[in-house]
Design a protein around this ligand. Structure first.
Ligand code: NAP
Length: 332
């Protein structure tokens, strides 16, 4: 095979046009790693936050190949890898933060950060799932437990993490209320399986707590937004309930947690890759998520498909926020 491959890299932080197409050496897998011939990736906020320079501790070494999500076909396996062999269709979250990522012809990562791709959706579409599905899965099954008929409130329910959160909470048999800021977004949230949909821009927290929990408060509030949403989450949850979030960078008054004896769960899904530790957790969870997809309980909503050479346009659209679900990047 060729020694060199095409990659889209950043050599400095900057706006979406900072990406350049270049060639770099095809990486060789270590004993515990696999090399994947990349089919597709997708855009997550972590990718553009790294590009902007907002998460310097997460940036791969420059020139940095970004993007965490990947799907593709196993091309080579390290000496100690037994779970995969060349030709396997996989999806995973091997890098893009902490180490080189997916915007290239090949990516190498710890075998534990991959699982066999779902069979009921295209391999391309599978790349929309890893970061958002792992995040929603950990929020709802690790940081809290959701029981049958629990009232679960999902903020940002039409976004990447939220649209999976609605489907996983529904699969857990919860009574799901989702929030969204436009008619189009609310239509999607209803179609994904939410029992109720709230326009939080015109409905205050007391009203939706009254309307959807008879004033008792939600058992679990799922917050992939942070800031003001995290503050209202503490008002929307019932006494002894749980708030799970992906964003804790804002300063919050925690006295409502004390007043109502609340639990707070915070997810950092990329942590196993950043630490190089417990990475098999990623592949184990992705295997469970693939089962959900193949059982028809979970499907990614893909709003637009871009080529790798259109990564700047994909980042611009993602940062503008005028989309639902996921933006896909395909290695055409
Ligand atoms: N800690 C972790 O492990 C982890 C993992 C994944 C994601 N995240 C973080 O979680 C957040 C959500 O990720 P995502 O993939 O769901 O993002 P996304 O697809 O861009 O969706 C974000 C949703 O949040 C809502 N929102 C409210 N205020 C917003 C604002 N000022 N700008 C943009 N959206 C706003 C929007 O819905 P409405 O218009 O209905 O309000 C939007 O649909 C990001 O900050 C991301 O970095 C963290």
């Amino acid at each position: 095979m060729a020694d060199e491959m095409t990659a889209y890299v950043i050599e400095e932080y900057g706006d979406p046009d900072v990406f350049t197409r270049t060639t770099r050496e095809v990486p060789e897998p270590e004993a515990n790693e696999i090399r994947v011939d990349v089919t597709a990736s997708s855009v997550n906020p972590v990718d553009y936050k790294i590009r902007q320079g907002a998460l310097p501790d997460f940036a791969p070494a420059f020139p940095a190949t970004l993007h965490c999500d990947v799907s593709g076909v196993v091309d080579a396996v390290g000496a100690d890898v037994e779970a995969f062999e060349p030709g396997d269709a996989v999806y995973g979250m091997p890098g893009g933060a902490g180490r080189q990522g997916a915007l290239a012809e090949y990516v190498v990562g710890d075998a534990g950060t991959f699982a066999r791709a779902p069979e009921s959706i295209s391999l391309e579409a599978a790349a929309a799932l890893p970061v958002v599905a792992l995040t929603a899965w950990e929020m709802l099954t690790d940081k809290t437990t959701v029981g049958s008929d629990d009232d679960v409130l999902v903020y940002g329910a039409s976004g990447g993490v939220g649209h999976v959160g609605v489907q996983v909470a529904d699969w857990l048999d919860a009574d799901v209320t989702g929030t969204a800021s436009s008619d189009e977004k609310r239509d999607l949230v209803g179609a994904l399986g939410a029992d109720a949909v709230v326009d939080y821009t015109t409905t205050d927290v007391e009203t939706y707590v009254e309307d959807h929990t008879s004033g008792a408060g939600f058992d679990v509030v799922f917050d992939p937004v942070g800031d003001d949403h995290l503050a209202t989450a503490f008002e929307a949850v019932r006494p002894y309930g749980t708030v799970v979030t992906t964003e804790s960078s804002s300063t919050q008054d925690l006295s409502p947690m004390h007043a109502n004896s609340l639990d707070l769960g915070v997810v950092l899904v990329i942590l196993p890759v950043l630490l190089g530790d417990r990475q098999e957790r990623i592949g184990e969870e992705l295997a469970e998520i693939a089962e959900l997809v193949d059982d028809g309980a979970l499907e990614p909503h893909i709003e637009e498909r871009f080529g790798f050479d259109e990564v700047a346009d994909a980042h611009r659209r993602a940062e503008a926020g005028d989309f639902n679900g996921k933006l896909l990047l395909v290695d055409d």
